[in-house]
Write a protein that binds this ligand. Structure first.
Ligand code: FES
Length: 304
């Protein structure tokens, strides 16, 4: 464990048997099961080439729902923590002609292995990183290798400024892949600034849900492989209904952020509430996050 700033800790995870860990690609995350059975997702910040360890960066959230406090105050070196295998909802397009990364606060974490990979491949990129002040800006030293491609702004320092997302986006050529990860107002600015662009070039990583879960109920879910149909009552999520019915369904964050519960839709129209699927994936309706999404049709048929 190491302190990056007063509020950010980097934590190393290794397999207790010493075996190589499953591979991951830049932008990937793992879901950890923390004390109190809390499940939380963390971006992997180390090198994908190093299979001996995973590294995560954890900000001690003042409004923590328990996850960051557990990792800061309760976990000790040598403790066993259960982790999923890495998954990636925030893939790096390594062959992009140009890439622009915009990070706010602890939103810098998924970009650490991304810029390292592009740096090794000599691909052009720029990284705009906004933090409150120098004391709260994690990983700046690690990013020094980016050289002039790194632009850091301190919003609350005397003479400091925010980054101008609209201007950064406007200056980027149309075929630039644009990425953003940070607090909600930053993501909203980014989505506004990129609304006229081809969605295939826009990549957003959310840490928290945007929409409330679908709780209206009143629809049927047919589980094609199990050969059963269940009714989702008002006030329940689809996932909770399945768990209540005794189905064992993989899930983690329970709020549409991690992608663990992604399920194939064979028929019907989902009411998407997650932040994992892109606009095109939502419109195609081929998969859904059953922890938070519901149905717009009277019946859904799922590959379960
Ligand atoms: S459990 Fe995380 S998206 Fe559904």
């Amino acid at each position: 464990m190491a302190w990056e700033t007063d509020a950010i800790r980097s934590i190393e995870l290794r397999d207790p048997r010493g075996v190589p860990l499953p591979p991951f690609s830049p932008g990937a995350h793992i879901d950890l099961t923390l004390p109190g059975k809390l499940k939380r997702s963390y971006s992997l910040i180390g090198s994908p080439e190093d299979r001996s360890r995973y590294e995560i960066g954890v900000y001690r959230e003042p409004q923590s729902r328990g996850g960051s406090i557990a990792l800061h105050d309760q976990i000790r070196v040598g403790d066993l923590i259960e982790s999923t295998e890495p998954a990636n909802n925030f893939e790096l397009r390594e062959d992009a002609s140009h890439s622009v990364f915009i990070a706010g606060g602890i939103g810098i974490t998924p970009f650490l292995p991304m810029v390292e990979r592009l740096g090794h491949k000599l691909r052009p990129f720029e990284l705009h990183y906004c933090a409150r002040d120098r004391a709260s800006a994690g990983f700046v030293e690690r990013l020094r290798g980016c050289g002039p491609r790194l632009h850091v702004a301190y919003s609350r320092e005397p003479g400091g400024c925010r980054i101008d997302i609209a201007q950064i986006v406007a200056a980027a050529p149309e075929d630039t892949h644009l990425y953003c990860c940070g607090p909600k107002p930053m993501l909203e600015d980014f989505e506004r600034a990129t609304s006229g662009r081809d969605p295939a070039f826009i990549h957003v990583e959310h840490f928290t849900p945007v929409d409330p879960p679908a709780l209206a109920g009143g629809y049927l879910v047919e589980l094609a492989r199990a050969g059963r149909t269940v009714a989702v009552p008002p006030g329940n999520t689809l996932l909770q209904t399945l768990l209540d019915e005794g189905f064992d369904v993989p899930c983690s964050c329970l709020e549409g952020v991690c992608g663990t519960c992604e399920t194939r839709v064979l028929a019907g129209v989902p009411d998407h509430r997650d932040v994992v699927l892109s606009k095109e994936e939502r419109a195609a309706g081929n998969t859904m996050m059953i922890c938070c999404s519901g149905a717009k049709s009277e019946r859904l048929v799922l590959d379960l």
